[in-house]
Ligand binder design. Structure first.
Ligand code: MOS
Length: 754
């Protein structure tokens, strides 16, 4: 394809972002705007007995203090897609019920943000506290649906016991992962302005159409009466996918006070008013013959959910896609506890499940006295092990070979503790990365002008990933324009339909719609100029004219630049709507996306299984006496179809790997068990990797062609980099110390204990 694809292109919005001229949702200040502040529950379970608002109301600058009794015309989103991974079905402030710590119980509106905050501090809530349990209890876990074969939540192929009996070696291990929170830099916010029956909401969102459909439905308004605007998003990672109570409370408060209201959620409140990564337990029984061929593969995932929703992110659906095995059993289970409903967090639940799977595979390799890379190789497969369809492309071993080469895997000491450097124990570990290629319907509008520019418009989102830039590249490549001549606008619900920016789908699905619009521009212009009485393409069968890199070409080498052809049209410009409708998208799925939902097809279709793959290798150093853990090197090689932008793709993969270091060694939301609260709800105590923790992170991007996933051959890379990092680090810790740690995060204290 043209040179604007698969090259390093600096973000088109970089200057706007670093100079502060990119307008984020909370930068907007409608005239007469007031400020909101949330009061959140101090208990996890119980009821509100009384709320004394008098001191808050007396505070200078406070305009209104709303409680469940006084907030007028508060609507909640029911039925629509509440109860999914972005939005809980339980809505606070409909009554006195408290179902999780930190749920909103009152809403203060004031003339300044400071007055609103002071007012919130002065609201005096008394509770009747019930007993709460915030950790999940795997003993009480259950399967959503009917059990065996219900959406594959339980799946059995062959006979696990027979596979275990036939094995030379086996492992039976349980791994756990903790509560984690996304902590995007940009705070959650919502700004609402009513003008009669017309409502505008500015809010950072991964799915503006979901938000609009939910709000319009709740208020019984046509969607055309509700504007939802989210041009820039300062990090989301799954936390800005839903319709949250703070949004609906702000909309109601704005109606109540008769003025626009803006709420910026505080950092501690961000831990409780939206979604998070739930706790999980990963149970594996793996067995292999003496050559390492798997004879049994069992994975039971138990993930935490709330008391009121059954949210499943089916990690077992991806682990069972990895390795060939005649006997497979997987179960996707949930366990309840007294928290808000958990949901998407970068690679849900691949991060958790591959921590388990790839640690268990490593243990199996040690038992077999086999190179762990070779264990993956003998079990590599071009056919999905349970769906029994071929992979549309699968470059797992190519990734291992590429990363091993640059990393120096062959040079490692073969025994535990065999590598040292002074007082440091050195270990190497490896793990598989993967991410499903999810597919959603999308439209996009492209308008090209003969004067040499193009506009691209669609209701997609740039959550910090570089979407503005890659959409411009896709159009530029087809239309033969410089990237800077393509103006991309996104992030408003009234724009042409684009799906949620989640599940690593935007580049692949929304990008394919932009591509399609450009293809149609070529076809339309070809039809027009071929019908003209003169010009290089005059009289040629238009269906045989192709467009590549901005040049229209006839079957016998006749050619004309698209821009020149366009200048022959009296309009001097052309506009087309592109559509991406992958054959795997059913009418039902297309309708779901167009109605604001998540109409996702894949990763397994009746024809193919679609996944991106990679391999990661980590070097760890552990101090002999202090047990300090360092990661001096983390290398990854990845294949995910076409690379659109080698710079932003590299950043996505590297960012995922850095976050993987956090998952391995730092990140956990600590819990106050008797009171059911999150304790370290701030970014001072919620640890994430800082520069000192991140040393050499190397990313290799392998070439891979996949004509099935979409016309661009793009698989999506937003989440791939984090999957496998924790296991690669854990496996390196084992190599260095002989200690197999099964709970994330791995800490010095875990190494001291044994
Ligand atoms: Mo991503 S966790 O699907 O926003």
């Amino acid at each position: 394809m043209a040179q604007t694809i698969n090259t390093r292109v600096t973000r088109t919005d970089a200057r706007r972002k670093v100079t502060g001229t990119a307008t984020y949702a909370a930068d907007v200040m409608p005239a007469g705007m007031l400020h909101g502040s949330l009061v959140c529950s101090a208990i996890a379970v119980g009821t509100v007995s009384s709320i004394d608002t008098s001191a808050a109301e007396a505070e200078p600058g406070v305009v209104a203090v709303y409680t469940h009794e006084t907030l007028p015309d508060y609507k909640t989103v029911k039925g629509f897609y509440a109860g999914g991974p972005g939005s809980a079905s339980f809505w606070p402030m409909e009554g006195t019920e408290i179902r999780y710590a930190g749920q909103p119980v009152a809403y203060v509106v004031a003339e300044t943000a400071a007055a609103a905050r002071r007012g919130a501090d002065l609201v005096d809530v008394t509770y009747e506290e019930g007993e709460s349990r915030i950790h999940m209890t795997p003993e009480d876990s259950f399967v959503v649906g009917a059990g065996e074969d219900s959406d594959g939540m339980v799946l059995t192929k062959g006979d696990i016991q027979a596979g275990l009996d036939a094995a030379a070696q086996s492992v039976d291990m349980t791994f756990t992962t903790p509560f984690q929170h996304h902590n995007p830099m940009e705070m959650f916010s919502a700004t609402a302005e009513w003008r009669g029956d017309r409502l505008t909401v500015w809010m950072p969102s991964q799915s503006v159409r979901t938000l609009r459909a939910g709000i319009a439905g709740a208020y019984g308004l046509p969607e055309t009466s509700v504007r939802v605007i989210s041009p820039f998003v300062g990090g989301a990672f799954g936390s800005k996918a839903g319709i949250t109570p703070y949004t609906m409370l702000t909309i109601a408060a704005a109606k109540g006070v008769g003025a626009p209201v803006r709420l910026i959620v505080t950092r501690p409140q961000m831990f409780t008013v939206a979604t998070f990564r739930p706790e999980s337990e990963q149970k594996f029984r793996l067995a292999a013959d003496a050559n390492g061929k798997l004879t049994a593969f069992e994975h039971i995932e138990i993930a935490q959910t709330s008391q009121f929703d059954n949210v499943v992110n089916p990690g077992t659906h991806y682990t069972r896609a990895m390795y060939a095995c005649p006997n497979i059993h997987t179960e996707q289970r949930l366990s309840r506890s007294d928290t808000n409903t958990g949901g998407f967090m970068r690679a849900p639940n691949e991060m958790q499940t591959f921590w388990g799977l790839e640690s268990a595979m490593d243990e199996l390799a040690w038992k077999l006295q086999m190179d762990p890379v070779e264990l993956r190789r003998v079990n590599d497969t071009k056919t999905h092990p349970t769906a029994e369809v071929p992979f549309s492309s699968r470059s797992l071993m190519e990734s291992y070979d590429a990363v091993a080469n640059g990393f120096g895997w062959a040079d490692r000491g073969r025994d535990i503790g065999s590598m040292t450097d002074g007082d440091w124990l050195v270990g190497y570990g490896c793990a598989t990365a993967t991410y499903p290629t999810n597919i959603l319907a999308s439209n996009a509008r492209v308008r090209m002008q003969a004067t040499g520019g193009a506009y691209v418009e669609l209701a997609a989102h740039d959550v910090g990933t570089g979407t503005y830039t890659i959409m411009a590249q896709i159009a530029a490549a087809r239309l033969g324009l410089p990237v800077k001549a393509v103006d991309v606008v996104m992030g408003e619900a009234d724009m042409p339909v684009a799906p949620i920016s989640g599940g690593s789908t935007t580049a692949a699905s929304a990008g394919s719609a932009v591509h399609d619009a450009c293809v149609k521009i070529g076809q339309q212009v070809a039809a027009r100029v071929s019908g003209m009485s003169d010009g290089p393409l005059s009289g040629i069968d238009a269906s045989r004219i192709t467009l590549d890199d901005g040049v229209l070409r006839g079957p016998e080498g006749q050619s004309q630049s698209l821009q020149e052809a366009l200048s022959m049209l009296p309009e001097g410009e052309i506009e087309m709507i592109g559509e991406f409708r992958h054959p795997a998208l059913t009418d039902e799925l297309i309708a779901a996306t167009f109605n604001g939902g998540y109409g996702t097809a894949g990763p397994v279709t009746p024809e193919f299984a679609m996944f991106a793959f990679g391999a990661e290798m980590a070097e760890v150093r552990i101090h002999k006496y202090t047990h300090e853990i360092r990661v001096p090197r983390l290398h990854g090689a990845f294949a995910a179809g076409t690379w659109l932008n080698r710079k932003t793709a590299h950043s996505q993969l590297m960012g995922g790997m850095v976050w993987g270091i956090g998952s391995a060694l730092h990140e956990v939301t600590e819990v106050d068990q008797p009171r059911g609260r999150f304790l370290n709800a701030n970014i001072a105590e919620y640890l994430v990797p800082v520069n000192a923790d991140v040393r050499e992170v190397r990313v290799q991007m392998l070439e891979e062609r996949d004509d099935y996933v979409n016309p661009l051959g793009v698989k999506g890379i937003g989440e791939l980099g984090i999957v496998g990092t924790a296991a690669a680090i854990g496996n390196a810790v084992y190599h260095a110390t002989g200690q197999r740690l099964t709970s994330l995060p791995i800490r010095m204290s875990d190494l001291l204990r044994s």
